[in-house]
Each structure stands twice: as structure tokens, then as C-alpha cells.
Design a protein around this ligand. Structure first.
Ligand code: AP5
Ligand code: MG
Length: 225
């Protein structure tokens, strides 16, 4: 099953994608993580993307589309994956649809994380990440056992550069002007589902699991018919 997670910055897309990958074996492809890895390694893509990311703007479509389509084509599984943070513009979505249709592996489901502005600001300003293994925490919602230290590998936690209040504001504006229209794009295709992004992470996960189970059951029924 191919799933797209859609929603504003801080809606919990990454958190839920990691849970789905752990519990159901999906491959998790996060555009933001792949771009940050490129920035860290000083690649050609990383050098082009850095300033846009630091300013909370979208990296130009052509760079991201090529990077993500290559990632999908080279992935260990092209049948079951979660796209987290891609597509983010209608142009990206059109390109993704075209390429996946060629492979006869279209997107099955898009999950929209309906989340309030108040929630996303609180989540992003409090997010901390492990500098080594990338595990994600929140200073109050999901705190590590020891402040500033990763539970999993003991390394230091840091705050993402684009999680400053000013850049968060910019990212939310960009979401409103360039990404939000994807809700209608996928609604028109009849594959949009919705979860309540404001809920606690385990509750969001149970909504997500229920949607997945229903879709899998529908698929089985289609095969039987
Ligand atoms: P990206 O890394 O994708 O950032 P984003 O969309 O802004 O989303 P976030 O990762 O900030 O939030 P999330 O929804 O994953 O939330 P999380 O689970 O971490 O992109 C970064 C940049 O890369 C972009 O600005 C752009 O420049 C570029 N880029 C990426 N994709 C692009 C594309 N397609 N085109 C062009 N440019 C692109 O949760 C947030 C916090 O809340 C965490 O601390 C977590 O612990 C906590 N939390 C999560 N869920 C809950 C919950 N249910 N209850 C309580 N706390 C929770
Ligand atoms: Mg994320």
C-alpha cells in the first residue's frame, strides 16, 4: 500500500510514520529527513536546499521531485511505502501521480492530519531531536528520561534550526499558500482520509490504524469480486 501523509508542519506526520514503519513494516520516506541528510553531507542537493530550508521556504520543485522519484525507484519496496512531506505542491503531486501510474503502483491513500495552529506551534517550539540516531522528542509531550539526552543512544538532543518561532511562522504561511490545496486535489481523486492531529500520539495512531484496516479490507473485497 502506498500512503501519503499530508498536513501542516508539526502535525505529527513524522511521529506517526515512524510508528507505522515499526509496527507494520512500511518503508518511511521523509523528504525533510532526506534533505537534511544531504545538507549534513554537503551534497549538491544539500548545498542547493540549505538556504530554502533555513528560511522555512520550499526547496524548488525540480530538485525535490527528482530526488524523491529516484528514492522511490531505488527503494527496497515500491509496493508499500509512506511518503512524509511529499508531495507539497500540486506540481509535485502531478509528477508523482504520473510516475507511479507508469509503474502501475498509484497512491492508495492520503491521510490528512487536521491540526490546529495552536497545537503545531507548541509542538514545533518544543521539539528536540537526537544528534546521532534522529529520535524525536518533545520537551513536555514526549520528554526524554534525562533532559537533553536521547533515551535510545545516549547522545545529545538538539533543536532544528527551522523550529525557531520566526521560521515556524514562515513555514505555516508556505503551507497555507502552497500545500493546503492538496487536500482538495486528493479529495477529488477520492483517496483522502482524515485523522485528528490534535490528539495524543497513541490516539492518532489508533485512528490511522482503523483507516488502514478498512482500506485493506476493501482491497481484499475488490480482489474477491
Ligand atoms: P519537514 O522536515 O518535512 O518539516 P515539516 O513539514 O515542516 O514537518 P515537521 O517535520 O516539522 O513536522 P511533523 O508533522 O513531521 O511533526 P513531528 O512528528 O516531528 O521539511 C523541512 C523543510 O524541508 C521544509 O520547510 C522545506 O524547506 C523542505 N522540504 C521538505 N519537503 C519538501 C517538499 N516536498 N518540497 C519542497 N521542500 C520540501 O512532531 C512535531 C513535534 O510534536 C515532535 O516534538 C513530536 O514529539 C511532537 N508530537 C508529534 N505528534 C504528537 C501528538 N500527537 N501529541 C503530542 N505531541 C506530538
Ligand atoms: Mg517531519
Amino acid at each position: 500500500m502506498r500512503i501519503v501523509l499530508l498536513g501542516p508542519p508539526g502535525a505529527g506526520k513524522g511521529t506517526q510514520a515512524i510508528m507505522l514503519a515499526d509496527k507494520k513494516g512500511f518503508l518511511h520516506l521523509s523528504t525533510g529527513d532526506i534533505l537534511r541528510e544531504n545538507v549534513k553531507n554537503g551534497t549538491f542537493i544539500g548545498k542547493k536546499a540549505k538556504a530554502f530550508m533555513d528560511n522555512g521556504e520550499l526547496v524548488p520543485d525540480d530538485i525535490v521531485i527528482e530526488m524523491m522519484l529516484d528514492t522511490i525507484k531505488n527503494a527496497r519496496s515500491q509496493e508499500d511505502f509512506i511518503l512524509d512531506g511529499f508531495p507539497r505542491t500540486v506540481y509535485q503531486a502531478n509528477n508523482l501521480d504520473r510516475e507511479l501510474n507508469k509503474l502501475k503502483l498509484p497512491i492508495d491513500m492520503v491521510v490528512y492530519f487536521k491540526t490546529s495552529i495552536k497545537t503545531v506551534i507548541l509542538r514545533l517550539t518544543g521539539r528536540r531531536l537526537c544528534s546521532r540516531c534522529g529520535a524525536s522528542y518533545h520537551i513536555t509531550n514526549m520528554p526524554p528520561k534525562k533532559q537533553g539526552v536521547c533515551d535510545k543512544c545516549g547522545s545529545e538532543l538538539y533543536q532544528r534550526k527551522d523550529d525557531s518561532e520566526e521560521t515556524i511562522k514562515k513555514r505555516l504561511e508556505v503551507y497555507d499558500s502552497q500545500t493546503k490545496e492538496l487536500i482538495d486535489y486528493y479529495k477529488t481523486q477520492g483517496i483522502l482520509k482524515e485523522v485528528s492531529g490534535d490528539l495524543e500520539a497513541p490516539k492518532v495512531y489508533s485512528e490511522l490504524s482503523e483507516i488502514l484496516n478498512t482500506c485493506e479490507a476493501d482491497d481484499r473485497n475488490k480482489v474477491r469480486k
